[in-house]
Design a protein around this ligand. Structure first.
Ligand code: PRT
Ligand code: ZN
Length: 285
């Protein structure tokens, strides 16, 4: 039987969450990534464990059919691969940072200054868009120390919490890319492998939709139902069931995680009681 060869990071920030995502998709892996290659037990998938920098190239060259890698790496390398799906983890941003006490008035600050980075192509694109000539110093690691050792006046690096910049006396002044882990695939997959990839992405969407939403149950007096329903549109519309007590109903719906607390306050003001909120495991819309 045909299998989809999926490259994931061998060691590093993306590995555990890539394996966790596959697990939540119901895919069980025979070994936890100690070897170079592992097989899925219950899905036509073979995993290749690689350095993240190599994944876009291996997918382009069809050594792997698909891969999970940071969008930052895909765009920096500009390989001929298809971007299939944003995966919602390993979120970070590629930002420009300067010494914290330096006054900053805008991107013009970087004119003719030296900027150290591991992302010279993305940085060059940004500088070209801004029409700012600057000197790019490409380095492969420890970018954050470049200003303190006198290698550059500014840096362009990935930031997530901002604590690395802070500890090195730097401050973030411009974001040039929002990144996260993505699924990429080879541009010429055969039909059988494309079908497996589509099935995998279908499952990933169900898992990610579920994690962005909560299932909500509440009781409400019938006269408050109209305003409460307007606050909880759900997937199609909320489910309403009469309670044993006359004049009251139970309402079930789905609420997005990011606006959850604001809505709870509005629901209580509208008369909702006995609110239960439950995680959703999979969500197929
Ligand atoms: O060995 P291999 O080449 O496979 O791994 P790697 O060391 O090149 O990559 P790794 O594991 O560090 O990162 C893999 C991917 O994780 C990156 O390509 C990004 O897509 C994503 N990611 C998410 C990050 C971060 N967040 C991140 N914070 N990658 C790196 N960082 C670094 C950043 O470079 C800086 O040094 O963390 C520091 C900043 O973090 P904060 O939290 O202090 O802001
Ligand atoms: Zn790497």
């Amino acid at each position: 039987m045909r299998k989809l060869k999926l490259a994931i990071q061998k060691k590093g920030r993306l590995k555990d969450e890539s394996l966790q995502l596959l697990k939540e998709c119901g895919i069980s892996i025979a070994n936890g990534g100690s070897e170079l290659i592992a097989q899925a037990r219950n899905f036509p998938l073979e995993l290749l464990f690689l350095r993240d920098d190599d994944i876009p190239q291996y997918v382009e060259q069809q050594v792997a059919d698909a891969g999970i890698v940071g969008l930052n790496e895909v765009l920096e390398q500009n390989r001929n691969v298809t971007l299939c799906e944003k995966l919602g983890f390993a979120s970070c941003r590629l930002s420009l940072a300067i010494r914290k006490d330096d006054p900053y008035t805008g991107p013009g600050y970087f004119r003719h200054r030296k900027i150290a980075t591991s992302y010279p192509n993305l940085l060059q694109q940004y500088l070209d868009q801004q029409g700012i000539p600057a000197i790019i110093e490409p380095i492969s690691g420890s970018v954050e120390i470049a200003p303190s050792i006198g290698l550059a006046e500014a840096i362009c690096d990935l930031v997530s919490t901002g604590s690395t910049l802070f500890t090195n006396g730097l401050r973030e002044v411009e974001t040039i890319l929002q990144s996260q882990a993505v699924m990429v695939s080879c541009t010429k997959l055969d039909d059988a492998r494309q079908r497996i990839l589509d099935q995998l992405i279908f499952r990933i969407r169900a898992v990610n939709q579920a994690s962005r939403n909560k299932y909500i149950l509440l009781n409400a007096p019938d006269e408050a139902l109209e305003s409460i329903c307007a606050l909880l549109p759900g997937i199609k519309s909320p489910t309403l069931l009469p309670l044993a007590e006359p004049g009251w109903s139970s309402l079930h719906s789905v609420v997005p995680e990011d606006t959850f607390w604001e809505r709870i306050d509005l629901l209580r003001q509208a008369g909702a009681q006995g609110i239960l909120v439950i995680p959703i495991e999979k969500m197929i819309v």
